[in-house]
Write a new protein. Structure first.
Length: 318
């Protein structure tokens, strides 16, 4: 039996003095909410900015395909092996630090790490009586992903509460940019791994309220998700962006596609803009349904639905 051929860059990577854990041939199924996909040649659980500052220039120097994953709630992972490096933030990147009140800052400001779960962020705001971002309770992602995609629901968006963002470039240099200096629009920001900019942490300014009011809103958002979305089945969340003046779910349902099954995947009978994994879905099953939806809606309504979900593919080298 012939020995496994390792990437040329792997030996050099293993010599970098990292605190972070490096894994070989790691299954990516537990790193995305669809619970599908192949394995990664290399996955690194990056635990601090020091390690990240070593890894990104290494990737740039060796021109290695790479991608950054949070909870993978907006990601389609192909079933084949990913030949590059997957960066998975953890450790220090899960921080949640309320600011102390001073002359320069109010006490409704909080610093959150890019790997902190959206749900955790929302829950920790309740005892403080900080409102506005209760919608995060229904988004199974991380703060970094919420900023990168300007996640939103119930009439609010992440950018509405953002004060400043700390991010790292491919040279390993940290930057801090005020929110007003950044471009945000519907499900888009210029701070994205695909552009060689890795969000590390951010400061938010919440609405000052009281714990009872915030908790009530939080529970309303939770209840909405349970009633309107297939929360108990693996999915990526909304698959398509809403076109201007309309809703993707309405167009998909009106096209008669609700409940359509392809292999192990299904357009949810509960919410047509969700595709769920029935248990053994492949990435091809999901891609087939995505294409079916786009073709049907375009043919019937002359509207080209734009996918909100990202497909795992190489980010820039820097």
């Amino acid at each position: 039996m012939s020995e496994e051929v390792q990437p040329e860059w792997l030996e050099a990577l293993e010599k970098i003095p990292l605190v972070s854990r490096l894994r070989r041939k790691e299954s990516l199924k537990r790193f995305n909410t669809w619970r599908i996909g192949g394995e990664a040649e290399c996955l690194i659980d990056v635990v601090n900015v020091g390690d990240l500052a070593l890894i990104l220039p290494f990737i740039r120097k060796h021109r290695i395909p790479w991608f950054i994953i949070g909870k993978g709630s907006n990601l389609l992972v192909p079933d084949n092996t990913w030949q590059g490096i997957i960066i998975h933030l953890s450790g220090d990147f899960k921080c949640w630090e309320p600011s102390e009140e001073s002359e320069d800052s109010k006490n409704n400001h909080v610093t959150a790490g890019a790997a902190l779960a959206d749900v955790t962020f929302a829950q920790r705001c309740v005892p403080k009586g900080w409102g506005g971002m209760e919608f995060l309770i229904g988004i199974p992602g991380t703060i970094g992903g919420a900023i990168a995609m300007n996640a939103g629901a119930h009439g609010a968006e992440t950018a509405d509460f953002l004060k400043e963002v700390e991010w790292m470039d491919m040279l390993g240099d940290l930057h801090t940019t005020p929110a007003e200096k950044l471009e945000f629009r519907y499900r888009y920001s210029e701070l994205n791994g695909n552009f060689g900019r890795i969000i590390t942490r951010a400061v938010f300014a919440l609405n000052e309220s009281d714990p009872e009011t915030v908790e009530k809103k939080l529970l309303e958002c939770q209840q909405f998700r349970k009633e309107k979305q297939p929360y108990n089945q693996p999915s990526c969340g909304s698959v398509f962006k809403n076109p201007s003046g309309d809703y993707a779910a309405r167009l998909i349902e009106a096209s008669g596609l609700k409940g359509t099954i392809k292999g192990g995947a299904q357009i949810s009978p509960k919410q047509a803009n969700f595709i769920v994994n029935l248990g053994d879905a492949s990435s091809d099953d999901i891609l087939s349904l995505i294409n079916t939806v786009r073709e049907s809606v375009l043919r019937k309504y002359s509207i080209d639905l734009v996918p909100e979900v990202q497909i795992l593919q190489s980010a820039v080298y820097g």
